[in-house]
Design a protein around this ligand. Sequence first.
Ligand code: ATP
Length: 247
Amino acid sequence: MSLLEVRGLTKVYSGLTAVSAVDFSVQEGSITALIGPNGAGKTTCFNLIAGATRCTAGQVLFDGQDITGQTPEQACERGIARTFQIVRPLAGMSVLENVVVGALLREHSVATAERQAMAVLERIGLGAKAHASASALALPERKLLELAKALATRPRLLMLDEVMAGLRPTEADGIAQVLRDLNGEGLTILLIEHVMRVVMAVAQTIVVLHHGEKIAEGEPGQIAHNPKVIECYFGGGAAHLAVKAAR
Ligand code: ATP
């Protein structure tokens, strides 16, 4: 069953079509990746789904309901949580306090929200840093904090925008394992990612955008061998990708 479905999703910015009649769905319980070269329209799709930007045309369905044109707050209340490419923790607050802000979406008692926030931090391996200042965290930990803030809202769909960017391979692998574990517990994940090694390892379905259009959709193995994808997107990197996908 589809948890998320976009139909004919289109966004035009003063003459530039950033997203053009894109259709795809995210199956409940899956990890789906949205990939494509820079400027392909991935983040715009996220903004349209999460209510940060209004679409020019098209529909967003979540759990079978039309949520097109909702606000980010409404999206979050419905169970859509997203992270941003540029990580910005709430400065002057501790790691725990940052996560409590997310937990307060569904919990009115601060004490309970704190307990829930602490449980999320423990869950993703950031418990030891709970009382550190958020702005003092190194990049990998900031990425985990973004994840924790989103998880604390108790989402049904977690949308991650380049959560591995800037990380070393072992750090990216650590986050990939956290994502696999969360998915194993039933969380549906939609991620934008440039780190192909990770995409191939974690995603069950890949949607490829190019110049705002969907050019392919399928399992990692199919995508790695899709001539359109190889030509439009991977270029010389295709052979490398195919090797990874075959593993
Ligand atoms: P990247 O991988 O670099 O993050 P992306 O696939 O996420 O790229 P988008 O950020 O969605 O791509 O951008 C798609 C196109 O829309 C680009 O040409 C971009 O310049 C344009 N665009 C995005 N946001 C706006 C905006 N607010 N106003 C005008 N043009 C925009």
